[in-house]
Write a protein that binds this ligand. Structure first.
Ligand SMILES: [Zn+2]
Length: 519
């Protein structure tokens, strides 16, 4: 059976219709041309003038983490310490929760300045361990019970992390002391989270993701790979996944490579992507590594997670198997380190697609270096919403003045957009609007000179992502011979202002010819 989609406005072409058989687009043309091919057994879908774009790509997010977040106590709309306490209190007696974990607070959204502490959680319970995770995933606050169970004392020190015992605050690597204790999810739970996350992604028109899932949930790479591959051949995946492989130790990476995994291994729906490394923390949490320190706390320079040697060990090992690295670097000091290590491995023109994830605090010389090395840029225009109001308070003016250089990167290297979900909600329309307006909902602009046009912003969420994730031969264009991955929107956003773009609705999402949302 064929599906004929007709009466559409298709991005970047005069064609108004296309024909789908099984997973593929087999022909494009005018309504008349396509209807000629159709028989009584086939299905005709009249899109009534709606806008069709190749499916959206979230180049960096955490599928399982996002599913867990959708399933958990959520703090993203908390505006005060009391808000957080009220939400946590409501769940503290849930019998199925042995650890109370709540996600997504961000003190920059509070109406009055405040920071969650151990004391405010002890007020809720001293018997049940409570963990609050900041929206960025780089800082957590716990109560006294959790400290006790983890065996933390005033003297505990952890390399690549920090513990503030008095206030119960953990940063970066120190958080593993807690996450290792809270119960590991079983396979069914992981599967449920994956499904929950994919459903939500499909609602936003997303058909493909670069997803980082191996270590954050206390599960090993084997379990996660096994589950996602199994879901793929059972036909249970509704987004294509390129796995961004993160490991706790070089030994884990060696074991992974030994078993024959490397970039490209997999099938149509699930593939092994690059090695994923994390060089520093986040700006909002004050853990991004800044060469010149934080303006609002000059003693603080943030945290470098690894020394050069460790980063080099991981990246060198993967490189021997033609597996490129993409590395989270938010602060300029972290980026200096990453560029230093990459220099040894990135070939001229960067054929393997090494990349920088986030591209936030960047100096002019670093932007030039990224261009020179032709590194892929994984940026998040959605971060502008929270970061517009903190950039100038945290980063020295010189460096703030060249940071978040999305247009500069877009025009010189391969640059794709993403949400880093659950850090931000993967709302593509909002992401496009922010890339174009560079203005937060509070009305604060973040370097509007680095704005993309709507068409460029669309490309950053579509075909650029497809190329970065290595799927460009198979999909990313509405064209005969391509996998039928597309989203149908109620209006042609290329004609709209940012205010109108955020109101645009996704009507339908199709992955490999299958309607996964709407329709
Ligand atoms: Zn991430």
């Amino acid at each position: 059976m064929l599906q004929a989609y007709i009466n559409a406005k298709i991005r970047n072409t005069k064609d108004t219709a296309f024909l789908v058989r099984d997973s593929y687009i087999i022909q494009t043309g005018s309504d008349e041309e396509i209807l000629q091919e159709v028989t009584d057994e086939d299905e005709v879908i009249d899109l009534a003038g709606a806008f069709v774009t190749p499916g959206f790509v979230d180049t960096h997010m955490h599928l399982l983490g996002y599913g867990m977040y959708l399933d958990s106590i959520r703090l993203d709309d908390a505006r005060s310490i009391e808000d957080i306490q009220a939400k946590v209190r409501r769940h503290v007696n849930d019998s199925e929760r042995t650890w109370i974990t709540a996600y997504g607070y961000n003190e920059d959204r509070f109406t009055l300045p405040a920071k969650p502490t151990k004391q405010m959680l002890d007020d809720i319970s001293r018997d049940k361990p409570i963990v609050l995770m900041r929206s960025c995933g780089h800082v957590m606050t716990v109560n006294s019970k959790a400290l006790e169970l983890a065996g933390i004392t005033e003297n505990t020190e952890i390399p690549g992390g920090a513990v503030d015992y008095e206030h119960g605050i953990f940063e970066e690597n120190a958080m593993t002391m807690i996450t290792a204790l809270s119960e590991e999810p079983d396979r069914n739970t992981l599967r449920r989270w994956a499904v929950k996350a994919m459903k939500q992604l499909n609602r936003y028109g997303i058909t493909m993701v670069g997803s980082d899932d191996f270590i954050a949930l206390g599960r090993d790479w084997k379990t996660v790979t096994d589950i996602l591959m199994q879901m793929s051949y059972r036909d249970e995946l509704t987004v294509r996944i390129s796995e961004q492989c993160e490991f706790n130790t070089p030994e884990d990476l060696a074991e992974f490579l030994d078993e024959g995994y490397t970039t490209g291994v997999g099938d149509d729906m699930f593939r092994i992507g690059p090695l994923k490394m994390i060089a520093d923390g986040s700006l909002g949490a004050g853990t991004a590594a800044l060469r010149d320190g934080y303006l609002d706390d000059p003693e603080n320079h943030g945290i470098l997670i690894h020394d050069d040697d460790t980063l080099d060990t991981f990246i060198g090992l993967a490189n021997r198997y033609n597996m490129p690295a993409i590395t989270h670097a938010i602060g300029d000091e972290a980026l200096d380190q990453v560029l230093r290590v990459y220099e040894e491995y990135v070939l001229p023109g960067n054929p393997l697609h090494y990349g920088i994830v986030h591209c936030q605090i960047m100096r002019e010389d670093q932007i030039e270096k990224v261009k020179e090395m032709n590194l892929d840029a994984y940026f998040q225009s959605l971060f502008i919403e929270d970061d517009a109001s903190i950039l100038k308070t945290k980063v020295i003016p010189d460096t703030a003045g060249t940071s978040y250089p999305f247009a500069s990167l877009y025009h010189s290297v391969l640059a794709g957009n993403g949400s880093d979900a659950p850090v931000t909600e993967p709302d593509v329309m909002k992401g496009i609007a922010l890339a174009v307006s560079r203005r937060s909902s509070a009305g604060v602009y973040l370097r509007p000179e680095e704005a993309l046009t709507v068409s460029e912003a669309l490309s950053s969420w579509c075909e650029n992502g497809v190329r970065m994730l290595g799927w460009e031969e198979e999909t990313g264009v509405i064209e005969a011979g391509r996998l039928a991955d597309f989203a149908v929107l109620d209006q042609d956003i290329e004609q709209l202002s940012p205010e109108e773009i955020v109101k645009t609705k996704v009507l339908m999402t199709v992955v490999g010819g299958k309607v996964v949302y709407g329709g």
